[in-house]
Design a protein around this ligand. Sequence first.
Ligand code: PLP
Length: 464
Amino acid sequence: LTRTDLTDSDHRTVVAAQLDAMGEDEVRALDRAHVFHSWSAQGLIDPLPIARAQGSYFWDYQDKRYLDFSSQLVNVNIGYNHPKVVAAIQEQAARLATIQPAFANDARSEAARLITEVAPEGLSAVFFTNGGAEANENAIRMARLHTGRHKVLATYRSYHGATAGAITLTGDPRRWPAEPAVAGVVHFWGPYTYRSAFHSESEEQERDRALSHLRDTIMVEGAHTIAAVVLETVVGTNGILVPPDGYLQGVRDLCDEHGIMLIADEVMAGFGRCGEWFAVDHWGVTPDLITFAKGVNSGYVPLGGVVISDEIRATFDQRAFPGGLTYSGHPLACASAVASINAFREEGIIDNARMLGTDVIGPRLREIASRHPSVGDVRGLGVFWAVELVRDRDTREPLVPFNAAGEAARPMAAFAAACKERGLWPFTHFNRTHVVPPCTTTPAEVEEGLAILDEALDVADEHT
Ligand code: PLP
Protein backbone atom coordinates (compact mmCIF):
# COMPACT_ATOMS: atom_id res chain seq x y z
CA LEU A 1 0.00 0.00 0.00
CA THR A 2 1.51 3.34 -1.00
CA ARG A 3 0.39 6.64 0.50
CA THR A 4 0.74 9.94 -1.31
CA ASP A 5 -0.88 12.12 1.35
CA LEU A 6 0.12 15.70 1.93
CA THR A 7 2.31 16.04 4.99
CA ASP A 8 0.51 17.23 8.09
CA SER A 9 2.13 20.67 7.93
CA ASP A 10 1.27 21.11 4.21
CA HIS A 11 -2.27 20.27 5.05
CA ARG A 12 -2.43 22.73 7.92
CA THR A 13 -1.24 25.49 5.58
CA VAL A 14 -3.82 24.59 2.96
CA VAL A 15 -6.72 24.76 5.39
CA ALA A 16 -5.49 27.64 7.57
CA ALA A 17 -7.22 30.29 5.46
CA GLN A 18 -10.59 28.58 5.69
CA LEU A 19 -10.25 28.09 9.43
CA ASP A 20 -9.63 31.82 9.79
CA ALA A 21 -12.73 32.54 7.75
CA MET A 22 -15.12 31.08 10.32
CA GLY A 23 -14.19 30.19 13.89
CA GLU A 24 -15.45 27.22 15.85
CA ASP A 25 -17.95 29.22 17.89
CA GLU A 26 -19.55 30.70 14.81
CA VAL A 27 -19.77 27.32 13.06
CA ARG A 28 -21.44 25.84 16.12
CA ALA A 29 -23.79 28.78 16.65
CA LEU A 30 -24.95 28.89 13.02
CA ASP A 31 -25.41 25.13 13.01
CA ARG A 32 -27.63 25.27 16.08
CA ALA A 33 -29.53 28.27 14.71
CA HIS A 34 -30.26 27.02 11.20
CA VAL A 35 -29.27 23.41 10.45
CA PHE A 36 -31.95 20.74 10.87
CA HIS A 37 -30.01 17.49 11.34
CA SER A 38 -31.07 14.04 10.13
CA TRP A 39 -32.15 11.29 12.56
CA SER A 40 -31.87 13.66 15.56
CA ALA A 41 -33.95 15.50 18.15
CA GLN A 42 -32.73 18.99 17.28
CA GLY A 43 -32.64 20.20 20.88
CA LEU A 44 -30.63 17.24 22.19
CA ILE A 45 -27.60 17.41 19.92
CA ASP A 46 -24.37 19.38 19.88
CA PRO A 47 -22.53 18.37 16.67
CA LEU A 48 -18.75 18.55 16.88
CA PRO A 49 -17.37 21.04 14.32
CA ILE A 50 -14.73 19.35 12.16
CA ALA A 51 -11.93 21.43 10.66
CA ARG A 52 -10.00 19.07 8.38
CA ALA A 53 -9.23 15.46 7.57
CA GLN A 54 -6.50 13.38 5.98
CA GLY A 55 -6.02 9.63 5.53
CA SER A 56 -7.53 7.80 8.52
CA TYR A 57 -7.79 10.90 10.75
CA PHE A 58 -9.90 14.02 11.18
CA TRP A 59 -9.32 17.05 13.41
CA ASP A 60 -11.64 19.32 15.37
CA TYR A 61 -11.13 23.08 15.76
CA GLN A 62 -9.02 22.55 18.90
CA ASP A 63 -6.66 20.58 16.62
CA LYS A 64 -7.58 17.43 18.50
CA ARG A 65 -6.98 14.44 16.23
CA TYR A 66 -9.36 11.50 15.97
CA LEU A 67 -8.48 8.17 14.41
CA ASP A 68 -11.62 7.26 12.49
CA PHE A 69 -12.87 3.76 13.34
CA SER A 70 -16.25 4.64 11.80
CA SER A 71 -15.28 5.78 8.26
CA GLN A 72 -18.07 8.33 8.93
CA LEU A 73 -21.18 6.29 8.06
CA VAL A 74 -18.98 3.41 6.90
CA ASN A 75 -18.38 5.16 3.59
CA VAL A 76 -14.88 6.67 3.57
CA ASN A 77 -13.31 3.46 2.25
CA ILE A 78 -10.39 5.23 0.55
CA GLY A 79 -9.66 7.48 3.53
CA TYR A 80 -9.97 11.25 3.65
CA ASN A 81 -8.76 13.65 0.96
CA HIS A 82 -7.13 11.07 -1.27
CA PRO A 83 -5.10 13.34 -3.60
CA LYS A 84 -5.99 11.47 -6.82
CA VAL A 85 -9.71 11.62 -6.09
CA VAL A 86 -9.59 15.28 -5.06
CA ALA A 87 -7.68 16.13 -8.25
CA ALA A 88 -10.16 14.21 -10.43
CA ILE A 89 -13.07 16.20 -8.97
CA GLN A 90 -11.22 19.49 -9.49
CA GLU A 91 -10.33 18.65 -13.10
CA GLN A 92 -13.86 17.51 -13.92
CA ALA A 93 -15.37 20.63 -12.31
CA ALA A 94 -13.14 22.88 -14.38
CA ARG A 95 -14.12 21.09 -17.63
CA LEU A 96 -17.78 20.00 -17.26
CA ALA A 97 -19.28 20.46 -13.79
CA THR A 98 -22.76 19.23 -14.66
CA ILE A 99 -24.67 17.61 -17.51
CA GLN A 100 -28.12 16.06 -17.38
CA PRO A 101 -28.50 12.26 -17.54
CA ALA A 102 -29.75 12.01 -21.15
CA PHE A 103 -26.34 13.07 -22.53
CA ALA A 104 -23.33 10.78 -22.62
CA ASN A 105 -20.12 11.88 -20.97
CA ASP A 106 -16.71 10.33 -20.50
CA ALA A 107 -16.73 10.29 -16.68
CA ARG A 108 -20.03 8.40 -16.55
CA SER A 109 -19.09 5.99 -19.34
CA GLU A 110 -15.77 5.15 -17.74
CA ALA A 111 -17.27 4.79 -14.24
CA ALA A 112 -19.86 2.35 -15.60
CA ARG A 113 -17.19 0.38 -17.46
CA LEU A 114 -14.98 0.09 -14.38
CA ILE A 115 -17.86 -0.89 -12.08
CA THR A 116 -19.04 -3.65 -14.42
CA GLU A 117 -15.43 -4.81 -14.77
CA VAL A 118 -15.13 -5.42 -11.01
CA ALA A 119 -18.71 -6.78 -10.65
CA PRO A 120 -19.54 -10.50 -11.05
CA GLU A 121 -19.82 -11.86 -14.63
CA GLY A 122 -23.19 -11.35 -16.25
CA LEU A 123 -23.83 -7.91 -14.76
CA SER A 124 -22.95 -5.52 -17.54
CA ALA A 125 -24.79 -2.22 -17.04
CA VAL A 126 -25.03 0.42 -14.32
CA PHE A 127 -27.95 2.67 -13.42
CA PHE A 128 -26.53 5.61 -11.47
CA THR A 129 -28.21 7.23 -8.46
CA ASN A 130 -27.23 9.80 -5.84
CA GLY A 131 -27.01 7.33 -2.95
CA GLY A 132 -27.94 3.97 -1.48
CA ALA A 133 -31.64 4.36 -0.69
CA GLU A 134 -32.37 5.57 -4.19
CA ALA A 135 -30.43 2.60 -5.59
CA ASN A 136 -32.69 0.22 -3.65
CA GLU A 137 -35.82 2.07 -4.81
CA ASN A 138 -34.80 1.58 -8.43
CA ALA A 139 -33.70 -2.02 -7.96
CA ILE A 140 -37.14 -2.90 -6.61
CA ARG A 141 -38.80 -1.08 -9.50
CA MET A 142 -36.64 -2.97 -12.02
CA ALA A 143 -37.43 -6.31 -10.39
CA ARG A 144 -41.16 -5.58 -10.29
CA LEU A 145 -41.33 -4.48 -13.92
CA HIS A 146 -39.12 -7.36 -15.05
CA THR A 147 -41.12 -10.09 -13.30
CA GLY A 148 -44.57 -8.51 -13.44
CA ARG A 149 -44.94 -9.42 -9.74
CA HIS A 150 -45.35 -7.01 -6.83
CA LYS A 151 -44.09 -8.48 -3.52
CA VAL A 152 -40.59 -8.01 -2.16
CA LEU A 153 -39.11 -10.09 0.66
CA ALA A 154 -36.58 -8.38 2.93
CA THR A 155 -34.94 -9.36 6.21
CA TYR A 156 -35.83 -8.10 9.69
CA ARG A 157 -32.24 -7.35 10.63
CA SER A 158 -31.54 -4.85 7.88
CA TYR A 159 -31.24 -1.21 6.91
CA HIS A 160 -31.83 -0.23 3.29
CA GLY A 161 -32.20 3.56 3.45
CA ALA A 162 -34.61 6.32 4.45
CA THR A 163 -36.74 6.98 1.35
CA ALA A 164 -40.27 5.50 1.25
CA GLY A 165 -39.52 2.16 -0.39
CA ALA A 166 -36.10 1.69 1.20
CA ILE A 167 -37.36 2.40 4.72
CA THR A 168 -40.18 -0.10 4.12
CA LEU A 169 -37.61 -2.74 3.16
CA THR A 170 -35.68 -1.89 6.34
CA GLY A 171 -36.42 -4.48 9.00
CA ASP A 172 -35.17 -2.65 12.08
CA PRO A 173 -37.17 -0.12 14.17
CA ARG A 174 -36.14 2.79 11.97
CA ARG A 175 -39.05 1.61 9.79
CA TRP A 176 -41.73 2.13 12.44
CA PRO A 177 -42.25 5.93 12.21
CA ALA A 178 -42.61 5.64 8.41
CA GLU A 179 -45.38 3.02 8.52
CA PRO A 180 -47.62 2.39 6.75
CA ALA A 181 -45.35 3.02 3.80
CA VAL A 182 -45.07 1.02 0.58
CA ALA A 183 -47.34 -1.99 0.01
CA GLY A 184 -46.07 -5.47 -0.81
CA VAL A 185 -43.00 -5.78 1.43
CA VAL A 186 -42.81 -8.92 3.60
CA HIS A 187 -40.08 -9.50 6.19
CA PHE A 188 -38.30 -12.74 7.07
CA TRP A 189 -35.44 -13.75 9.39
CA GLY A 190 -31.91 -14.08 8.05
CA PRO A 191 -29.10 -15.99 9.78
CA TYR A 192 -27.46 -14.68 13.00
CA THR A 193 -26.04 -17.58 14.94
CA TYR A 194 -25.20 -15.64 18.14
CA ARG A 195 -28.87 -14.61 18.57
CA SER A 196 -30.59 -17.15 16.39
CA ALA A 197 -34.29 -16.71 15.62
CA PHE A 198 -34.26 -20.50 15.10
CA HIS A 199 -32.46 -21.51 18.33
CA SER A 200 -29.60 -22.95 16.30
CA GLU A 201 -26.43 -24.13 17.96
CA SER A 202 -24.11 -24.11 14.97
CA GLU A 203 -23.52 -22.16 11.78
CA GLU A 204 -24.64 -25.15 9.69
CA GLN A 205 -27.88 -25.47 11.64
CA GLU A 206 -28.49 -21.72 11.33
CA ARG A 207 -27.92 -21.86 7.56
CA ASP A 208 -30.28 -24.80 7.08
CA ARG A 209 -33.00 -23.43 9.33
CA ALA A 210 -32.83 -19.93 7.82
CA LEU A 211 -33.14 -21.40 4.32
CA SER A 212 -36.03 -23.60 5.37
CA HIS A 213 -37.75 -20.52 6.89
CA LEU A 214 -37.27 -18.57 3.64
CA ARG A 215 -38.64 -21.50 1.64
CA ASP A 216 -41.74 -21.54 3.88
CA THR A 217 -42.14 -17.76 3.58
CA ILE A 218 -42.03 -17.97 -0.22
CA MET A 219 -44.59 -20.76 -0.14
CA VAL A 220 -47.11 -19.01 2.12
CA GLU A 221 -46.71 -15.66 0.31
CA GLY A 222 -47.11 -17.35 -3.09
CA ALA A 223 -44.00 -17.57 -5.24
CA HIS A 224 -45.87 -16.21 -8.27
CA THR A 225 -46.49 -12.92 -6.38
CA ILE A 226 -42.84 -12.34 -5.37
CA ALA A 227 -40.64 -10.11 -7.55
CA ALA A 228 -37.50 -10.09 -5.41
CA VAL A 229 -35.65 -11.11 -2.30
CA VAL A 230 -33.52 -8.20 -1.02
CA LEU A 231 -30.73 -8.75 1.46
CA GLU A 232 -27.54 -7.14 2.66
CA THR A 233 -24.85 -9.64 1.64
CA VAL A 234 -23.14 -8.98 4.97
CA VAL A 235 -25.60 -7.15 7.22
CA GLY A 236 -24.14 -3.77 8.26
CA THR A 237 -25.76 -1.50 10.85
CA ASN A 238 -27.74 -4.38 12.32
CA GLY A 239 -24.57 -6.02 13.55
CA ILE A 240 -22.09 -7.10 10.84
CA LEU A 241 -23.77 -10.47 10.33
CA VAL A 242 -21.60 -12.61 8.07
CA PRO A 243 -23.82 -15.31 6.53
CA PRO A 244 -22.83 -18.95 7.13
CA ASP A 245 -21.14 -20.61 4.13
CA GLY A 246 -23.78 -21.90 1.75
CA TYR A 247 -26.56 -19.52 2.84
CA LEU A 248 -26.31 -17.11 -0.11
CA GLN A 249 -26.07 -19.97 -2.59
CA GLY A 250 -29.17 -21.46 -0.95
CA VAL A 251 -31.05 -18.16 -1.38
CA ARG A 252 -29.85 -17.98 -5.00
CA ASP A 253 -31.16 -21.51 -5.62
CA LEU A 254 -34.57 -20.72 -4.07
CA CYS A 255 -34.84 -17.58 -6.22
CA ASP A 256 -33.93 -19.55 -9.36
CA GLU A 257 -36.47 -22.25 -8.52
CA HIS A 258 -39.27 -19.66 -8.34
CA GLY A 259 -38.27 -17.01 -10.90
CA ILE A 260 -37.56 -14.47 -8.12
CA MET A 261 -34.89 -11.77 -8.58
CA LEU A 262 -32.08 -11.67 -6.00
CA ILE A 263 -31.09 -8.12 -5.06
CA ALA A 264 -27.86 -7.83 -3.04
CA ASP A 265 -27.65 -4.54 -1.16
CA GLU A 266 -23.90 -3.87 -1.07
CA VAL A 267 -24.22 -0.19 -0.22
CA MET A 268 -22.16 -0.75 2.93
CA ALA A 269 -20.50 -4.14 2.29
CA GLY A 270 -19.22 -3.41 -1.24
CA PHE A 271 -16.14 -1.69 -2.66
CA GLY A 272 -13.48 -3.16 -0.41
CA ARG A 273 -15.25 -3.09 2.94
CA CYS A 274 -15.25 -6.91 3.11
CA GLY A 275 -11.80 -7.27 1.50
CA GLU A 276 -13.30 -7.94 -1.95
CA TRP A 277 -14.78 -5.67 -4.60
CA PHE A 278 -18.22 -7.00 -3.69
CA ALA A 279 -19.06 -9.09 -0.63
CA VAL A 280 -20.77 -11.71 -2.85
CA ASP A 281 -17.29 -12.49 -4.24
CA HIS A 282 -16.53 -14.35 -0.98
CA TRP A 283 -19.13 -16.95 -1.84
CA GLY A 284 -19.06 -16.76 -5.66
CA VAL A 285 -22.78 -15.97 -5.87
CA THR A 286 -24.15 -13.76 -8.66
CA PRO A 287 -27.24 -11.67 -7.80
CA ASP A 288 -29.56 -10.27 -10.47
CA LEU A 289 -29.08 -6.75 -9.18
CA ILE A 290 -26.43 -5.27 -6.88
CA THR A 291 -27.04 -1.91 -5.23
CA PHE A 292 -24.02 0.17 -4.23
CA ALA A 293 -23.08 3.65 -2.95
CA LYS A 294 -20.71 4.71 -0.12
CA GLY A 295 -17.35 3.05 -0.94
CA VAL A 296 -17.69 3.46 -4.73
CA ASN A 297 -16.18 6.95 -4.31
CA SER A 298 -16.13 7.24 -0.51
CA GLY A 299 -18.84 9.89 -0.63
CA TYR A 300 -16.54 12.67 -1.85
CA VAL A 301 -19.51 13.53 -4.11
CA PRO A 302 -22.84 11.68 -3.57
CA LEU A 303 -23.09 8.59 -5.78
CA GLY A 304 -24.82 5.23 -5.81
CA GLY A 305 -26.28 2.86 -8.34
CA VAL A 306 -27.56 -0.51 -9.44
CA VAL A 307 -25.47 -3.04 -11.36
CA ILE A 308 -27.87 -4.91 -13.64
CA SER A 309 -27.92 -8.46 -15.03
CA ASP A 310 -28.05 -8.95 -18.79
CA GLU A 311 -31.47 -10.58 -18.41
CA ILE A 312 -33.06 -7.59 -16.62
CA ARG A 313 -31.27 -5.16 -18.88
CA ALA A 314 -32.89 -6.87 -21.90
CA THR A 315 -36.37 -6.19 -20.47
CA PHE A 316 -35.73 -2.48 -20.89
CA ASP A 317 -34.17 -2.69 -24.33
CA GLN A 318 -37.32 -1.67 -26.22
CA ARG A 319 -39.28 -0.39 -23.24
CA ALA A 320 -38.40 2.69 -21.17
CA PHE A 321 -37.29 2.25 -17.59
CA PRO A 322 -39.32 4.80 -15.61
CA GLY A 323 -36.75 6.23 -13.21
CA GLY A 324 -33.93 8.73 -12.79
CA LEU A 325 -33.37 12.13 -11.23
CA THR A 326 -31.94 15.44 -12.46
CA TYR A 327 -28.50 14.62 -11.08
CA SER A 328 -28.31 10.88 -11.92
CA GLY A 329 -24.80 9.94 -13.09
CA HIS A 330 -23.41 13.34 -12.09
CA PRO A 331 -20.04 13.96 -13.77
CA LEU A 332 -18.27 15.08 -10.56
CA ALA A 333 -19.47 11.96 -8.76
CA CYS A 334 -18.56 9.69 -11.67
CA ALA A 335 -15.11 11.28 -12.11
CA SER A 336 -14.44 10.68 -8.42
CA ALA A 337 -15.57 7.04 -8.76
CA VAL A 338 -13.19 6.51 -11.69
CA ALA A 339 -10.25 7.96 -9.74
CA SER A 340 -11.23 6.00 -6.67
CA ILE A 341 -11.52 2.61 -8.41
CA ASN A 342 -8.23 3.22 -10.25
CA ALA A 343 -6.51 4.13 -6.96
CA PHE A 344 -7.96 0.99 -5.32
CA ARG A 345 -6.30 -1.05 -8.07
CA GLU A 346 -3.00 0.82 -8.25
CA GLU A 347 -2.51 0.95 -4.47
CA GLY A 348 -3.64 -2.56 -3.52
CA ILE A 349 -6.38 -1.18 -1.27
CA ILE A 350 -8.67 -4.22 -1.46
CA ASP A 351 -5.78 -6.50 -0.51
CA ASN A 352 -4.95 -4.18 2.37
CA ALA A 353 -8.53 -4.36 3.68
CA ARG A 354 -8.53 -8.16 3.46
CA MET A 355 -5.14 -8.41 5.18
CA LEU A 356 -6.23 -6.06 8.00
CA GLY A 357 -9.16 -8.37 8.71
CA THR A 358 -7.28 -11.66 8.70
CA ASP A 359 -3.94 -10.57 10.18
CA VAL A 360 -4.68 -7.64 12.47
CA ILE A 361 -8.29 -6.85 13.41
CA GLY A 362 -9.61 -10.41 13.75
CA PRO A 363 -6.78 -11.86 15.87
CA ARG A 364 -6.39 -8.72 18.02
CA LEU A 365 -10.13 -8.36 18.68
CA ARG A 366 -10.39 -12.01 19.74
CA GLU A 367 -7.48 -11.55 22.10
CA ILE A 368 -9.01 -8.33 23.53
CA ALA A 369 -12.39 -10.07 23.87
CA SER A 370 -10.87 -12.84 25.97
CA ARG A 371 -9.86 -10.27 28.64
CA HIS A 372 -13.16 -8.32 28.83
CA PRO A 373 -16.27 -9.85 30.39
CA SER A 374 -18.41 -7.24 28.57
CA VAL A 375 -17.56 -8.69 25.14
CA GLY A 376 -20.10 -11.33 24.13
CA ASP A 377 -19.17 -11.83 20.49
CA VAL A 378 -16.66 -10.66 17.89
CA ARG A 379 -17.33 -11.20 14.18
CA GLY A 380 -16.52 -9.78 10.78
CA LEU A 381 -14.18 -9.77 7.82
CA GLY A 382 -12.05 -7.22 5.96
CA VAL A 383 -12.50 -3.84 7.67
CA PHE A 384 -16.06 -4.73 8.72
CA TRP A 385 -16.15 -5.97 12.33
CA ALA A 386 -18.57 -5.91 15.26
CA VAL A 387 -17.85 -6.23 18.96
CA GLU A 388 -21.10 -7.08 20.70
CA LEU A 389 -21.27 -5.98 24.35
CA VAL A 390 -23.27 -7.85 26.98
CA ARG A 391 -24.08 -7.54 30.67
CA ASP A 392 -23.64 -11.24 31.11
CA ARG A 393 -21.83 -13.61 28.77
CA ASP A 394 -23.96 -16.58 29.78
CA THR A 395 -27.38 -15.00 29.30
CA ARG A 396 -26.12 -12.76 26.45
CA GLU A 397 -28.23 -9.89 27.82
CA PRO A 398 -27.23 -6.87 25.69
CA LEU A 399 -25.37 -3.99 27.27
CA VAL A 400 -28.06 -1.66 25.97
CA PRO A 401 -27.63 2.11 25.65
CA PHE A 402 -29.89 2.69 28.67
CA ASN A 403 -30.14 0.85 31.96
CA ALA A 404 -33.30 -1.00 32.97
CA ALA A 405 -34.94 2.26 34.12
CA GLY A 406 -34.22 3.75 30.69
CA GLU A 407 -31.89 6.44 31.99
CA ALA A 408 -28.67 7.28 33.83
CA ALA A 409 -26.01 4.59 33.46
CA ARG A 410 -25.76 4.62 29.67
CA PRO A 411 -22.83 2.24 29.51
CA MET A 412 -22.54 2.46 25.73
CA ALA A 413 -22.38 6.26 25.88
CA ALA A 414 -19.69 6.00 28.57
CA PHE A 415 -17.75 3.55 26.41
CA ALA A 416 -17.99 5.88 23.37
CA ALA A 417 -16.91 8.88 25.48
CA ALA A 418 -13.88 6.95 26.75
CA CYS A 419 -12.86 6.24 23.13
CA LYS A 420 -13.29 9.88 22.07
CA GLU A 421 -11.32 11.23 25.04
CA ARG A 422 -8.42 9.06 23.90
CA GLY A 423 -8.62 10.21 20.26
CA LEU A 424 -10.59 7.33 18.71
CA TRP A 425 -13.88 7.97 16.90
CA PRO A 426 -15.95 4.79 17.34
CA PHE A 427 -19.07 3.59 15.52
CA THR A 428 -21.49 2.50 18.23
CA HIS A 429 -25.02 1.28 17.64
CA PHE A 430 -27.29 -0.25 20.32
CA ASN A 431 -25.03 -2.72 22.22
CA ARG A 432 -22.25 -2.92 19.66
CA THR A 433 -19.18 -1.07 18.57
CA HIS A 434 -18.23 -1.64 14.95
CA VAL A 435 -14.58 -1.59 13.95
CA VAL A 436 -14.93 -0.10 10.46
CA PRO A 437 -11.87 2.04 9.61
CA PRO A 438 -11.05 3.09 6.04
CA CYS A 439 -9.71 0.30 3.79
CA THR A 440 -6.49 2.35 3.49
CA THR A 441 -5.72 2.30 7.22
CA THR A 442 -2.24 1.00 8.03
CA PRO A 443 -1.67 -1.92 10.43
CA ALA A 444 0.04 0.50 12.87
CA GLU A 445 -2.99 2.82 12.85
CA VAL A 446 -5.32 -0.13 13.43
CA GLU A 447 -3.14 -1.25 16.37
CA GLU A 448 -3.29 2.31 17.77
CA GLY A 449 -7.10 2.27 17.60
CA LEU A 450 -7.48 -1.23 19.03
CA ALA A 451 -5.27 -0.32 22.00
CA ILE A 452 -7.66 2.57 22.78
CA LEU A 453 -10.68 0.31 22.32
CA ASP A 454 -9.10 -2.17 24.73
CA GLU A 455 -8.75 0.55 27.39
CA ALA A 456 -12.27 1.89 26.81
CA LEU A 457 -13.74 -1.60 27.27
CA ASP A 458 -12.74 -1.38 30.94
CA VAL A 459 -15.58 1.19 31.22
CA ALA A 460 -18.02 -1.30 29.67
CA ASP A 461 -16.76 -4.07 31.99
CA GLU A 462 -17.92 -2.01 34.99
CA HIS A 463 -21.52 -2.60 33.83
CA THR A 464 -21.34 -6.39 33.62
N1 PLP B 1 -28.24 0.09 2.33
C1 PLP B 1 -27.38 -0.16 3.32
C2 PLP B 1 -26.92 -1.56 3.58
C3 PLP B 1 -26.89 0.89 4.10
O1 PLP B 1 -26.04 0.64 5.10
C4 PLP B 1 -27.33 2.21 3.83
C5 PLP B 1 -26.85 3.35 4.63
O2 PLP B 1 -26.26 3.20 5.67
C6 PLP B 1 -28.25 2.42 2.79
C7 PLP B 1 -28.68 1.32 2.05
C8 PLP B 1 -28.76 3.78 2.46
O3 PLP B 1 -27.78 4.51 1.80
P1 PLP B 1 -27.92 6.10 1.68
O4 PLP B 1 -27.83 6.66 3.06
O5 PLP B 1 -26.80 6.49 0.78
O6 PLP B 1 -29.25 6.39 1.04
